[in-house]
Design a protein around this ligand. Sequence first.
Ligand code: UDP
Length: 315
Amino acid sequence: MRAVVTGGAGFLGSHLCDRLLAEGWEVLALDNLVTGMECNVAHLRGNPRFQMARADVTRYIEVAGPVDYVLHFASPASPVDYLKLPIQTLKVGSLGTHNALGLALAKKAKFFLASTSECYGDPEISPQHEEYWGHVNPIGPRGVYDEAKRFAEAMTMAYHRAHGVDTHIVRIFNTYGPRMRLNDGRALPNFVHQALTGQPLTVYGDGKQTRSFCYVSDLIEGIYRLMLSDEHLPVNIGNPQEITILEFAERVRAHFPGAKPIIFEPLPQDDPKRRCPDISKARRILKWEPKVNLEEGLGLTLDYFKKQFAAGKSA
Ligand code: UDP
């Protein structure tokens, strides 16, 4: 079996490549390295079942030979990244998804879309279940990501219904773990970078907004089960353990003796107030639920960040 993973050098894409290779697949990773990093797949160099090609999937995707699965993971995914790269974010979610679906159709391959809890926007209900249509500001700063992913879901369902492509959609909630970029601007890398460089941890707003953080190995397990399932409608994968950002900052800070106190900065526009997945569907159809608790996952991730920082790979 041969898979094409777009965004294969990214945080999640590279972990997915690892998992597919471990399951015996051949993998072709495509990445334009805008937010992905070659070092995320450096350990796979020399594996005869792994190939990496530099490619911008918003242009036509050319792949020689048979393909059994196209997994579309390419996209900036941190608010700071997609605010810096608004047009690229819109293009990879729209044109990139269309091209990746076109590749799957041409190769008679299955298709998997990495979608997001951002489809729910700033939700009016909590936890968020898959039937909720969301509360998104299309023209706000986050709209470039949210609407691109909503379009990507619509396009995926259209290819499924009109062309009969065997498609799958995961809505990924906040995920953390090794290979996040220390400078990607998300809460955890920011807090760690600040603690490592002796700066105060910056909590935006009053810190009462919530998130639910899933460790990467749990997420990849859910994705792997979904890609082999018969489910075509979106499935939430995330950890339902909800925590305020202030408490999260305190938990991270506790790992750094002598770290400066937390300071408060303005809340970015349209920052969701609550985010917590309802994972009853994943539990029911995939028999999946997260196994790694926050303390364990934080320990593993902080070890990684500390090593990266010591090796000077912070940027
Ligand atoms: N946040 C924060 N301080 C930071 C970075 C982020 O308080 O230095 C907050 C941010 O406003 C949001 C939450 O942490 O409420 C999670 O932000 P992140 O960028 O990780 O991802 P999001 O869930 O918003 O996509």
